[in-house]
Design a protein around this ligand. Sequence first.
Ligand SMILES: Cc1cc2nc3c(=O)[nH]c(=O)nc-3n(C[C@H](O)[C@H](O)[C@H](O)COP(=O)(O)OP(=O)(O)OC[C@H]3O[C@@H](n4cnc5c(N)ncnc54)[C@H](O)[C@@H]3O)c2cc1C
Length: 602
Amino acid sequence: QLPKNEQYPPLFEDLLNVLQENLAYVNRQTRDERFGLAEYDFIIVGAGSAGAVVANRLSEVPTWDILLMEAGDEEQFLMDVPLLANMLQFTDANWKYKTMPSKSYCLGHVNKQCNFPRGKVMGGSSILNYMIYTRGHRKDYDAWADLGNVGWNSDEVLKYFLKSEDANITLQDHGFHQKGGLLSVTEAQYKSKLAKAFVQSGYELGYPVRDLNGNSQIGFNFHQLTMKNGLRHSTNVAFLQPIRKRKNLFVKKNCHVTKILFDETKLKAIGVEYYKGKNKYRVFARKEVIVSAGAINSPQLLMLSGIGPKDHLTSKGINVIQDLPVGRNLMDHVALGGLTYIVNDTSSITTNRILENPFNLHEYMMYHKGPIAIPGGTEALALFDLDHPNDVNGHPNLELLFINGAVSSDETLRKSFGIDDKVYNRVFKKTEQKNAFMIFPMIMRPKSKGWIELKDRNPFRYPAIYPNYFSDEKDLDIIVAGVRISEQLSKMKTMRSFNAKLWDIPILGCEHLQFNSDNYWKCAARHLTFTIYHLSGTCKMGPTKDPTAVVDSRLRVQGIKGLRVIDASIMPEIISAHTNAPTIMIAEKGSDLIKEDWGVII
Ligand SMILES: Cc1cc2nc3c(=O)[nH]c(=O)nc-3n(C[C@H](O)[C@H](O)[C@H](O)COP(=O)(O)OP(=O)(O)OC[C@H]3O[C@@H](n4cnc5c(N)ncnc54)[C@H](O)[C@@H]3O)c2cc1C
């Protein structure tokens, strides 16, 4: 409702503005090559967070012809409106994967399956994501190097984080940020009172408010975001749109690659087979095929093509080209969902309330400001090293992610996580009329690992995904510790001024346990098991002697010529950060490795 004496905002002019922006946006898109060449120097499969970067960097070499192939369609302007992030999961831009039904996690989700969204669109999961920009701790990358991955220690990877970055942030440590890169990193244009209270309460509890991508990482802050001018800055917009006129870059959209082709006598990748609509085609690579299809599709494609665990491939009738542990080592960050605090403040986010307010619409459509610029309701985070609570330089194993709103605040939220209706109605329905925030306690260095397998040799059949959360019970201790810190936060002076109160209707399935006991929260995590979407590790990088590795430290598939994997799947151990920026770093470094190997001076 309009406040009294307020003039109605000029929504017609706002709409015209959006139309203009949309037109300009369409004109910046890359061409979809219908025919192209029969042979390229490099073929890149997948135009996601990694693939878009690799396409940009390789096509800097004017004598190389680069083909970028993407199963999804073009990104649309509306996909870049931050508050709508969650809704994109209900569009064709999402592969809509699900895990296999489980007996020990996602128990409160429909059919006991966790939903695993992945971007199927130019820009890949950098289109579906919540834009949070974190890089990880030095120890994460030093551990990669210690495993035998030459060139991946923290100093070496920092160069590549900086290479992409165009930072526009207020609180930043010297030497950790850079201006002038292709990827805009900035803060949200709008900060809600509740998010400010979360950060302030952290301070009151004794933690620093700091640059969480700086020298040390323990503390609180608002998000740094891959956003530009209040819009999502996907890798498609950041890395591909600016180079749409390069004559040596060819992009094929809506092309599903189903097989890598080999010269089997030489154990060399020579091209790919793909479908566009119902028609099957082949295209060839003179130098290399680069698989950047993400942590589910990269291992799937390798296995379909004969690279994977020998027994598994043989059981599916696939000719084995190379026996490697593809699909193993699946890692993710997982959180307890539904930890809700009711507050007396009306700035908590209810998507409908925000979108129904014409002033919010006006502010966003005209200036890209206001609450619509909040990425899907998340605004701030905090990192902790529970093993070394007094070490300011600690290595985080717990993150608390602040979400402004409850499960009920956005109709799409419970559907995107696939929360069972019975659970929702019993536990969360009554929060619909309340103001609330949530904290997701998240395990940053999980001990539990899962795997991905083929169901059969049909390339269009989704693989079987087993994240295997909490198979190591110690992971649940991190969740409990996160709940306890959240409890302390809710009791700080600032939070008390909002009258923050834990929502105490027990989760269906955990009612037999004493509410708020450690065992209760462990049970709750097994029922409301929220992926933070950081799937990684399924084509693990490691030295040749490591039997669990798939690619070497130059990202070459072991034992095969002309084939690399460059995306989140190569992480040997998941880093203690959200995975988009690290994946972009991997792609920046991977591109330089390719250039070096082909004698290009960097
Ligand atoms: C809902 C969601 C929220 C997230 N939020 C954050 C966040 O806030 N911050 C953060 O840091 N990280 C976040 N992440 C994780 C982050 O976005 C991913 O780790 C990162 O995008 C992975 O990049 P990638 O290149 O490995 O894969 P993707 O970006 O998924 O790219 C793979 C691409 O390959 C294409 N492809 C796959 N198979 C084929 C094929 N056979 N043929 C042709 N093309 C194919 C896909 O369509 C896709 O475009 C989020 C992810 C999701 C899904």
